[in-house]
Design a protein around this ligand. Structure first.
Ligand SMILES: O=C(O)[C@@H](O)[C@H](O)[C@H](O)CO
Ligand SMILES: [Mg+2]
Length: 382
């Protein structure tokens, strides 16, 4: 079998899909995207794919090493996201060719399903508390919320009180054992991160995410000295080489590589194995589309230390939304009591609705991260 051709599709709300075709009629799908830079990643996909046309799609490790090593420059969000989507599509092809779900080709399953969390938003404590309770009633056992817009180096204790009030509202509406994760989103500078972490500690969080920016990961030790709360980070780290120092530091409890940003199925399985050696858990990051989610679930099936899966389906997970619209078999994501079952179909287990993808690609998208500014006019962390 040979890789014959490929197409990329920029589709709403902010995604990029890739289809790779072989000379034997089997094709596979990937989702190579970094939010806000879809067109840049698309260009990288085209450059990388030009070196794969004509090669054997089953030699995924070889394709990965070629994309990673032969280019001299390596790593970072753009290249690793491009590699990620190509890698997913090659695994999808291989699974379909062998008529097996990808996890069967990766050593087989250690679990049948994985716990998921939903995201909740809202400015007022009462709204956030009610939104979390709706998720709980819909079957979720855990949610994640953003802490705040930004906390600058020195900032107001009023903002700290506001975050605490929202977390308290969820704790009160959903009870003592409901999972609450708080995403600091790298928006909280170190001096205030210490204060916020301490203020949230009494609420028994499931985890605190990106308490500092990944560029400042050495400061995680300052946080772990202060609080017992599990620390999660990794959505902006892109390879084993990015994760190795973090794991060696001992200052992380849950890593969150993204299957569409960090080199795909092949690389994320390896990152997860490294973490297992440090007794560190994995919660794959995935605020993305159906191909990314399907890829995560295949790897979750094989990773012993995977503890929970992010996914962008919320309270309406059993109704129509962007993620489900793009596939012909939305029932493949089967939710039950806060868990989603591992899909069992060949490859990624999803049937992409190609007609709709083509239709939506005519519309495309121009999604950009919003730009925020502080009172004094300076740019805010997003
Ligand atoms: O943990 C999350 O899902 C967020 O941090 C998103 O990745 C971020 O807003 C970029 O889309
Ligand atoms: Mg995050």
């Amino acid at each position: 079998m040979k890789i014959e051709s490929f197409q990329t599709y920029i589709v709403p709300p902010r995604w990029l899909f890739l289809k790779i075709e072989t000379d034997e009629g089997i094709s596979g799908w990937g989702e190579p995207v970094i939010e806000g830079k879809a067109a840049t990643v698309e260009t990288a996909v085209h450059e990388l794919m030009s070196q794969l046309i004509g090669s054997d799609p089953f030699r995924i490790e070889d394709a990965w090493e070629k994309m990673y090593r032969a280019g001299f420059y390596r790593g970072g969000p753009i290249l690793m996201s491009a590699i990620a989507g190509i890698d997913q599509a090659l695994w999808d092809i291989k699974g379909k060719a062998f008529k097996a779900p990808i996890y069967q080709l990766m050593g087989g399953a250690v679990r049948n399903s994985i716990k998921v969390y939903s995201w909740v938003g809202g400015d007022r404590p009462s709204n956030v508390g009610a939104a979390a309770l709706e998720r709980k009633k819909a079957g979720f056992t855990a949610i994640k919320m953003n802490a705040t817009d930004e906390l600058q180096m020195i900032d107001s204790y009023e903002k700290i009180d506001d975050v605490v009030a929202r977390v308290k509202a969820i704790r009160e509406s959903c009870g003592p054992y409901f999972g609450i994760a708080v995403d600091f989103h790298g928006r909280v500078h170190k001096p205030m991160a210490k204060i916020l972490a301490k203020a949230l500690e009494p609420y028994n969080l499931m985890f605190m995410e990106e308490p500092v920016l990944p560029q400042n990961n050495e400061d995680l030790g300052k946080i772990t000295e202060l609080v017992k709360t599990p620390i999660a980070t990794g959505e902006r780290m892109f390879s084993r080489w990015d994760f190795k120092r973090l794991l060696e530091s001992g200052n992380v409890d849950i890593i969150q590589p993204d299957l569409s940003h960090a080199g795909g199925i092949t690389e994320c399985k390896k990152i997860a194995s490294m973490a297992e050696g440090y007794d560190v858990a994995v919660a794959f990051h995935c605020p993305l589309g159906p191909i990314a989610l399907a890829s995560c679930l295949q790897v979750d099936a094989t990773v012993y230390n995977a503890v929970i899966q992010e996914q962008s389906l919320g309270i309406h997970y059993n109704k129509t939304n962007d993620l489900l619209d793009y596939i012909k078999n939305p029932e493949v994501f089967e939710y039950d009591n806060g868990f989603v079952k591992i899909p069992q179909g060949p490859g990624l287990g999803i049937e992409v609705n190609e007609e709709l993808v083509k239709e939506k690609a005519k519309e495309g998208h121009n999604w950009r991260n919003p730009v925020w500014r502080h009172e004094d006019g300076t740019i805010s962390e997003w």
